[in-house]
Design a protein around this ligand. Structure first.
Ligand code: GDP
Length: 322
């Protein structure tokens, strides 16, 4: 039986990846915060996590990671955890940069020391391209990160590449564009919309306040992307890939698709307010994932409309619960 370690196992991608690996017969371990472990043990989070071995070890504890990796022999490690503050101001980003960069470095250094054969996946992000000079972006596009989160992801990516090139370790970065699901946190616009649709449809709410309705994103479906993570880790040779749908849609289009699921006209319920407005960049973030499609045969299975339907249906079940 193969054994995998997932950091960030309680997040959207972590839970889907854990379920995917369990379905393939893996023994799955996860790193969680102490407070999360207590609520998980209290049975408040179900799903696949109840079948995983969870360890309350912080990524900023080199000795803690060392003890864990000394105790268990891992075949694969998926490093998904990160501080995801996406502020514009560098001066606010000390914790984001410190935690994200040293977390990746501690993990890689420990693996190199104790288990250099363990395969390593790092969760990169389209934020690494920041303000890109071209669209769509591919593996060849230069990184121009523009906030502490993006800079920490680019730096971690270079660490991953260095451990691969200098020590011959199997380490890869997946550069993932936005990916959504019913498990997306409600701070993100997609889930904010589907939750509001469910509440408006059930009469609990009348209006939804959003920011820029013309904002464009390349929105994929999270379970499709975790399949790709596992594919990337199980190849004959390590390689980095961009993971994206390649389709841009506006927030307005997402609203139209979500409201139409419950037979409502979005224009009667959505208002754009300054409070949530963010200026969009001239060149949009949209990914060219033709390399992974050609080389690994990956492609998204779920369409945009199917994903929106699943998210709305899930939020409808939540509002109908007593
Ligand atoms: P991210 O910015 O790519 O990490 O993802 P978000 O889901 O937070 O935002 C996606 C896009 O939706 C951005 O371009 C936002 O400017 C736009 N957007 C428009 N209205 C809202 C809103 O009310 N909340 C959020 N989070 N984003 C909004």
């Amino acid at each position: 039986m193969k054994r995998a370690l997932i950091t960030g196992i309680t997040g959207q991608d972590g839970t889907y990846l854990a379920e995917h690996l369990l379905s393939l017969g893996y023994e799955v371990h996860g790193l969680v915060r102490q407070t999360n472990l207590e609520s998980l043990e209290g049975g408040r989070t179900g799903g696949g996590l109840s079948q995983c071995l969870l360890h309350a070890i912080s990524l900023d504890s080199f000795p803690g990671l060392h003890r864990l990796i000394k105790k268990y022999k891992f075949d694969e490690c998926y490093h998904l955890a990160s501080v995801s503050f996406v502020g514009e101001h560098l001066a606010d980003g000390f914790h984001t940069m410190f935690a994200n960069i040293s977390g990746t470095h501690f993990l890689l250094a420990t693996l190199q020391d104790l288990q250099p054969d363990c395969r390593f996946y790092f969760a990169g992000s389209s934020e690494m391209f920041g303000r890109p000079t071209e669209a769509p972006q591919s593996e060849q596009t230069p990184f121009l990160p523009r906030n502490p989160y993006g800079i920490s992801k680019v730096t971690s990516h270079h660490l991953v590449r260095n451990y691969r090139e200098s020590y011959g370790m199997y380490c890869v970065t997946g550069i993932l564009y936005n990916h959504e699901s019913p498990r997306r946190r409600p701070e993100f616009v997609t889930r904010k919309i589907t939750r509001a649709v469910a509440r408006i449809a059930s009469g609990q709410k009348q209006h939804l306040e959003l920011g820029n309705l013309d904002a464009l994103r390349d929105w994929g479906y999270a379970p499709d992307y975790v399949r790709a993570m596992h594919l990337m880790v199980t190849q004959p040779a390590p390689k980095d890939y961009v993971l994206a749908t390649g389709h841009l849609r506006t927030v307005r289009e997402f609203c139209a698709a979500a409201f139409s699921q419950v037979g409502l006209d979005w224009q009667e319920h959505v208002v754009s307010v300054d409070r949530f407005f963010r200026q969009e960049d001239a060149v949009p973030l949209v990914g060219d994932s033709s390399l992974i499609r050609a080389e690994l045969g990956w492609s998204p299975k779920c369409t945009f409309d199917e994903m929106v339907r699943e998210m709305v249906e899930y939020d409808l079940t939540l509002v109908r619960q007593p």
